[in-house]
Design a protein around this ligand. Structure first.
Ligand code: IMP
Length: 545
C-alpha cells in the first residue's frame, strides 16, 4: 500500500528506523513529489494573483556543471537567441549603443521610438552596420575647430581622441588626430587644433580584420587607429580603450548566414507609424515590437495584419498583454511573439492610476502557457529586479525577459551619469508614460541623446489628449557599470540557478515545469523576510566581481 504524506507524518517516533539504503524506494512510494506543481501554484482562486516574490522553486538534482546549462531560447517564432535577455524600448534604456552590446552579448536591445523616425532608423542602421570593434560613427572635427571647442567636446563625450578631417566629417581626408594630452595644458583656447594635433599617424586600410587591426593598434602604442580608404578618407576608428571589449563575442545575436547583428525596434500603432516602419525596414530592421501598454486593440490588430501582409520577412511582437483573452486576439491576428506585463515595471503607476493590470507571475504563467499551444514565444516584461526574478519568469513559461530599470544605470544606456544628492553616481530613468517623457514626445524633443526633429509615437492612448494622464514616474537608478560585465553576471546567475533546479537548458526547464517535475512553494511574508539578509548590523551587497 502506498505511503501518504499523512502516514509519514503520523509515523510513531518509536518505530524502528528504516534501512537507509531503501530511501529512494520509500520516496518512490509517495503519491506526489514534494512542493506543488505550477498549476496549483498559480491557481488564483486560492490566493489571488502572485508576483515573483510570492513563491520559490524547489531544488532538484545537480549532475552537471553550471557552465553546461544552455541559455538558447526563441524570441519569435523564427528567431532564437543564445541568451534570454532583452532591454526595454525606453529612451533612458535602449539606443544604438545598448542595442549593439545587448546583441553582442547574445541578447537583444529594442530601440525606443521617442524620437523622429529618421533618428530611430539611423540607430537601426548603426546596429546593422556594426562591425565588432570598429567605431563607425566617431566624433570627427575639422582643422578650424579650436582647442577650446575640442576641450568642450571632451567634457561632453567623456573621451578625448578626435580625428581631424578636411571637412570635419567622416569620409573626408584624414589630416591628424587630437588627443587629450595635446589639449590638456594648451592655454590659448582660440588656437586651431592644427597647432596641437599629431600628424605622424598610424592608420590601417578599410577591409582589415579586427584581429589584424588590434595587432597594429597594440604595436603602435597609440590610443586610436584610424581606418581609411584608398583615398586616405576616414572610414572608421579603433580605440585602445575598447581593445578588451572587442576580442570575442561568441554568443552574438545574428541570423543564420548573416554577419550582421539582429536589430529590433519599437513603434506605436497609429497610422503614422506605418511610414516610420517603412524607414526602419529600409534601415534593415529584423524584429518590430508594437509598443502599447494595452495591446488588445483594434489599432494593434490592424497594424499586425498590415505588417504581415506588407513585410512577410519581418517578425512582429505584439503586446503588452496579461490575459489569455488578450493574447488570443493578437495570436489570431498573426504575431510572431508576445510581450507580457501591465503595471509591473519599476517606474510604472498604471495599476494605481488605471486600476487595470495584473501581478506579473500570474500574467506570465497565464499568457505564456496559452501562447505555447501555438508555438508563440513570450517576453516577461517588467518587474525584474534580480537574477531570481529572471529565473521565475522563465520557469513560468516566458522564453525571454525584458529589463528597463535594471539596465538603465549601465554605461551603454543613453545619457550621462550625475551625482545624486546623497553623493551616489546615478543615471536618469523614466517611464515612457511619465509626464516628462510624454511632454518631450509631444514637443518633439525626442530622447535625451538624439536630436529628434519631430515627435515620437504613442504607447499610451492618453498621449494624444490635451490633458496628459501619467502612467509612469521619472527618477534615477544607481550606476551598474558596463553591460559587458553585467549581462555575463546575469547569465552565470541563471546558469547556476538552473543547475540548482536540476535542468540543463531553458527548454528542459519549461518542459519539466509543464510536466510537474519542477516543483514550487508559496512564500509567506515571514518566509520572504527569512530569504533576505536579516539580523546583520550592517552589510555590503556586492553582487559580482
Ligand atoms: P522595469 O524593468 O521593471 O523597469 O520595467 C520596464 C518595463 O516597464 C518596460 O519594458 C515597459 O513595459 C514598462 N514601462 C515603461 N514605461 C512605463 C510607464 O511609464 N508606465 C508603465 N509601464 C512602463
Amino acid at each position: 500500500m502506498p505511503i501518504t504524506n499523512g502516514d509519514a507524518m503520523n509515523e510513531p517516533t518509536s518505530t524502528k528506523a528504516l534501512d537507509c539504503s531503501a530511501a529512494m524506494d520509500v520516496l518512490a512510494q509517495y503519491p506526489d513529489r514534494d512542493g506543488i506543481d505550477v498549476q496549483t501554484l498559480l491557481d488564483s482562486k486560492n490566493h489571488g494573483g502572485l508576483t515573483y516574490n510570492d513563491f520559490l522553486v524547489l531544488p532538484g538534482y545537480i549532475g552537471f556543471p553550471a557552465s553546461e546549462v544552455s541559455m538558447e531560447t526563441p524570441v519569435t517564432k523564427r528567431i532564437s537567441l543564445k541568451t534570454p535577455f532583452l532591454s526595454s524600448p525606453m529612451d533612458t534604456v535602449t539606443e544604438h549603443s545598448m542595442a549593439i552590446y545587448m546583441a553582442l552579448l547574445g541578447g537583444l536591445g529594442v530601440i525606443h521610438h521617442n524620437c523622429s523616425a529618421e533618428d530611430q532608423a539611423e540607430m537601426v542602421r548603426k546596429v546593422k552596420r556594426y562591425e565588432n570593434g570598429f567605431i563607425l560613427d566617431p566624433v570627427v572635427i575639422s582643422p578650424r575647430t579650436t582647442v577650446g571647442e575640442a576641450k568642450q567636446l571632451k567634457e561632453k563625450w567623456g573621451f578625448g581622441g578626435f580625428p581631424v578631417t578636411e571637412n570635419g566629417t567622416l569620409r573626408s581626408k584624414l589630416v591628424g588626430i587630437v588627443t587629450s594630452r595635446d589639449i590638456q595644458f594648451h592655454a590659448d583656447l582660440d588656437d586651431p587644433v592644427t597647432s596641437v594635433m599629431s600628424v605622424d599617424l598610424v592608420t590601417a586600410r578599410t577591409g582589415i580584420t579586427l584581429q589584424d587591426a588590434n595587432g597594429i593598434l597594440s604595436k603602435s602604442k597609440k590610443g586610436k587607429l584610424p581606418i581609411v580608404d584608398e583615398g586616405g578618407n576616414l572610414v572608421s576608428l579603433l580605440s585602445r580603450s575598447d581593445l578588451m571589449k572587442n576580442l570575442h563575442y561568441p554568443l552574438a545575436s545574428k541570423l543564420p548566414h548573416s554577419k550582421q547583428l539582429i536589430s529590433a525596434a519599437a513603434i506605436g500603432t497609429r497610422p503614422e507609424d506605418k511610414a516610420r516602419l517603412q524607414k526602419l525596414v529600409d534601415a534593415g530592421l529584423d524584429i518590430v515590437i508594437l509598443d502599447s501598454s494595452q495591446g488588445n486593440s483594434v489599432f494593434q490588430i490592424e497594424m499586425i495584419k498590415h505588417i504581415k501582409e506588407r513585410y512577410p520577412e519581418l517578425d512582429v511582437i505584439g503586446g503588452n498583454v496579461v490575459t489569455r483573452e488578450q493574447a488570443a486576439a493578437l495570436i489570431a491576428a498573426g504575431v510572431d511573439g508576445l510581450r507580457i506585463g501591465m503595471g509591473s515595471g519599476s517606474a510604472c503607476i498604471t495599476q494605481e492610476v488605471m486600476a487595470v493590470g495584473r501581478p506579473q507571475a500570474a500574467s506570465v504563467y497565464n499568457v505564456a502557457s496559452f501562447a505555447a499551444k501555438f508555438g508563440v514565444p513570450c517576453i516577461a516584461d517588467g518587474g525584474i529586479q534580480n537574477v531570481g526574478h529572471i529565473v521565475k519568469g522563465l520557469a513560468l513559461g516566458a522564453t525571454t525577459v525584458m529589463m528597463g530599470g535594471l539596465l538603465a544605470g549601465t554605461t551603454e544606456s543613453p545619457g550621462q551619469y550625475f551625482v545624486s544628492r546623497e553623493g551616489q553616481l546615478v543615471k536618469a530613468y523614466r517611464g515612457m508614460g511619465s509626464i516628462d517623457a510624454m511632454e518631450d514626445k509631444k514637443a518633439g524633443a525626442g530622447s535625451k541623446n538624439s536630436k529628434a526633429s519631430n515627435a515620437g509615437t504613442a504607447r499610451y492612448f492618453s498621449e494624444g489628449d490635451r490633458l496628459l494622464v501619467a502612467q509612469g514616474v521619472s527618477g534615477s537608478v544607481l550606476d551598474r557599470g558596463s553591460v559587458t560585465k553585467f549581462i555575463p553576471y546575469l547569465m552565470a546567475g541563471v546558469q547556476h540557478s538552473l543547475q540548482d533546479i536540476g535542468v540543463k537548458s531553458l527548454h528542459e526547464l519549461r518542459q519539466n515545469v509543464v510536466h510537474g517535475k519542477v516543483r514550487f512553494e508559496l512564500r509567506t511574508v515571514s518566509a520572504q523576510a527569512e530569504g533576505n539578509v536579516h539580523g546583520l548590523h550592517s552589510f555590503d551587497k556586492k553582487l559580482y566581481s
